[in-house]
Write a protein that binds this ligand. Structure first.
Ligand code: ADP
Ligand code: MG
Length: 704
């Protein structure tokens, strides 16, 4: 055993991991031993209790063991293929079915002993399991090598882990690899929770938990391991948030107690009334700004709820008292749009607004930086370009971060560094991500929350139509009617270019067809992420002004784009997008007062979960409902930008489902920090190490 073997050790240091396996593991996001140990089983085969086939009933979740009796495949009416395998034991026969998985046929040769696991359904009186987890019990398939067979004791007579795989990796081999890693770690995996806390919450030790989540001797052990590891996932994020909150609480900020009349003049000049939710949120923000303590507030509101105006009100409140504000957006397209809108609103008030992005020409950039440093720019709008070293905003008092979920936690902190005073600038982050409360407490536990829970009154709903197979022509016809009425259309594609082996609509290819054949009388333009900055700006500006009528795009338009005259959106291959992303995309239309239609042009042949997802989407417009469904379907680890937020992601815990766990961890974290604020006690050291492991380089802790 090398003493330097640790969680950061690359996986190729383990035996049996050659270059090909390494690449296959990388596809699962497994690069280090730590990643491998955190690649928890998707489920388990409980080999201590298989069920005789004759006794299984529809609706049950079962593991059966039997022999392959028949196997075959046929074409389906809709152009796919269906694989069916009959499996029997002494008590009866059942069937496993797959769609479009021809390659499985060579594994299910007659006479082989197999184990399959899944939920039983009944069809025409026959019992079947669709897309089961399975394992060939003898003659392991060709991708299982000697190393896999060597660990044979891992695969039988116990609760056996079933892992998510990628091409080039087999279940047996991966099990043996995890076992090898656990063996080498024996006694080395340090405990990161204080003993008192573990006792109080009845949690098993860390090493035991990691071992038994993979190879539980029995069900109860697996549950105990799960409880412990899920606790860790929530607890450390709660400690981080509590530390930040504490750090915020002690920050003095510019006292803004001499308001002028700018905000009132802005509101009077608007062609509409603020919604009452907008007024309430503004009041909460202005109260923070007056307080003399640094604001750290999250402004949450569904797409189209009018967050930009609330942000502007906050900015003007700062500006009218002689300070500067900045607004940072996650994409160039969005930054430029914000710059344009805000300038229009601010010009009549005599307020100077400038926009700075990565593609601002050097000379212009220098001019902007100079006048920002001289205090001549009141509101500076831009992308990450705003948080570079050479940006000086000496009288910065408010930093606004739009679409926060697109930025990491790290950048959220950085946005105030351009100020030169010793005082902390106020921070307002905005998000259209309608995350439920328990998740918000987890991810944004360091922030106060303002909610815009109401859309402007005149909005008409957007209708969503799911179109599968034929019917595309009718969609284009409907689009032409919108265009004839003077409206504008988005056509969204999942990819820029045609990719090999995928049947996805590509923006560049479709663009030509749309321009020539579908909309010969309209002005059609292309927008995607690989275009140069200025070219993107020009296209977006032309679409905004109505000069361009059809925008053929990728998801570059996903966040924030605001063109109220756009009433139609066609989304190709909607099955390729998550619910959150679809919601953001659809949020681009129906922003004026004429409603809109969103057409989902889906593959005629969809996997069941994809179908369920887009079906749900076509029937719901409320962001919260969609968020909850998304979290339910995918788990919070991938959903709603949780990964990008800088947390290691939730693998076992689900803050949505585990609201009680969130409450406990929050309470435990706060209580611990009350008695040991700097985590300096011997037991507190453990927590400190756990934080370091979970969040690496960006902790609000002074070391030493
Ligand atoms: P989001 O919350 O998605 O960022 P925006 O701030 O871009 O939304 O606002 C969406 C659209 O609604 C904009 O065109 C904006 O001018 C308009 N809007 C904002 N507030 C109101 C209101 N109170 N009444 C009518 N329209 C409004
Ligand atoms: Mg917005």
């Amino acid at each position: 055993m090398k003493p330097d073997f640790n969680l950061d050790t690359p996986v190729q240091f383990l035996k049996t991991v050659g270059p090909a396996r390494m690449r296959a593991l990388a596809r699962l996001d497994i690069h280090t031993v730590g990643d491998l140990l955190a690649h928890y089983p998707r489920r388990y085969f409980d080999r201590t209790s298989t069920v005789p086939i004759g006794r299984i009933l529809p609706g049950q979740d079962v593991t059966i063991q039997g022999e392959v009796l028949t196997s075959g495949e046929r074409r389906t009416r809709r152009g796919g293929s269906l694989q069916t395998v009959g499996i029997g034991d002494d008590t009866g026969v059942m069937f496993c079915i797959w769609f479009n998985q021809s390659y499985l046929m060579k594994q299910f040769r007659s006479g082989r002993k197999v184990m399959v696991s899944g939920t039983v359904t009944a069809r025409n009186g026959k019992k079947q399991i669709a897309h089961p987890d399975f394992e060939i019990l003898e003659n392991p398939s060709d991708d299982e090598d000697a190393a896999g067979k060597a660990g044979a004791g891992l695969h039988t007579g116990r609760m056996v882990p079933v892992y998510g795989l990628s091409a080039g990796i087999g279940q047996h081999w991966l099990r043996a690899l995890v076992d090898q890693a656990l063996g080498r770690f024996s006694g080395l995996l340090s405990e990161i929770l204080p003993a008192t806390l573990r006792t109080e919450r009845g949690l098993v030790g860390r090493e035991q938990a990691v071992r038994e989540i993979h190879f539980p001797p029995r069900k109860a052990a697996q549950e105990a391991a799960l409880r412990r590891l899920a606790y860790d996932e929530i607890f450390f994020i709660q400690v981080l948030m509590a530390l930040r909150r504490e750090a915020h609480g002690s920050q003095a900020a510019v006292a803004l107690d001499k308001p002028g009349d700018l905000t009132a003049r802005l509101v009077h000049g608007l062609p509409f009334e603020l919604t009452s939710a907008q007024r309430r949120a503004s009041a909460e923000i202005l109260a923070d700004l007056r307080s003399g303590r640094a604001m750290h507030r999250l402004l949450q509101g569904d797409v189209g709820s009018g967050k930009t105006l609330v942000a502007l009100i906050a900015a003007l409140f700062v500006i009218e008292q002689g300070y500067q504000a900045l607004l940072m957006a996650p994409t160039e397209v969005l930054a430029v749009q914000h710059g344009r809108t805000l300038r229009q609103l601010c010009e009549p008030l005599g307020i100077a607004v400038e926009t700075l992005t990565g593609s601002t020409p050097a000379a212009e950039r220098k001019a902007i930086l100079d006048s920002a440093a001289a205090g001549e720019i009141d509101l500076l709008v831009g992308t990450h370009a705003l948080i570079q070293q050479d940006v000086r905003i000496p009288r910065l008092a408010l930093s606004i971060v739009d679409e926060q979920h697109r930025f990491g936690v790290r950048q959220r902190g950085k946005s105030t560094e351009a100020a030169e005073t010793d005082l902390q600038a106020h921070v307002l982050v905005m998000s259209a991500t309608p995350i439920p409360r328990s998740l918000a407490l987890t991810l944004y536990g360091d922030l106060d929350l303002s909610l815009i829970d109401e859309l402007p009154a005149h909005r008409k709903p957007v209708v969503t139509e799911l179109v599968q197979g034929d019917g595309e022509q009718q969609v284009w016809q409907a689009c032409r009617r919108e265009l004839a009425a003077g409206r504008q259309i988005f056509v969204i594609h999942p990819v820029i270019d045609e990719t090999e082996g995928h049947d996805l609509k590509a923006a560049t290819v479709e663009f030509e067809k749309l321009e020539r054949e579908v909309f010969p009388d309209a002005r059609v333009a292309l927008l995607h992420g690989r275009m140069k900055g200025p070219q993107k700006d020009e296209t977006m500006a032309a679409f905004s002004s109505g000069e361009i009528q059809v925008l053929v795009a990728t998801t570059v338009v996903e966040v924030g784009i605001d063109v109220p005259n756009a009433t139609g959106m066609v989304i190709h291959n909607p099955e390729r997008f998550g619910l959150a992303q679809l919601h953001q995309l659809r949020g681009r239309i129906g922003r004026g007062d004429q409603g809109g239609t969103c057409w989902l042009l889906a593959d005629r042949y969809l996997a069941e979960d994809s179908y369920r997802r887009i079906r749900f989407f076509s029937e719901h417009t409320d962001g919260f409902a969609l968020a909850e469904e998304d979290l339910r379907q995918r788990g919070p680890g991938d959903a709603w930008g949780v990964r990008q937020s800088g947390s290691p992601g939730f693998r076992l815990a689900n803050p949505l489902r585990d609201a009680e766990l969130v409450r406990l961890c929050r309470q435990d974290a706060r209580k611990w920090l009350e008695s040991d604020p700097g985590l300096r006690s011997a037991e507190g050291e453990r927590i400190r190490r756990g934080l370091q492991e979970s969040f690496r380089g960006f902790l609000p802790l002074q070391s030493g």
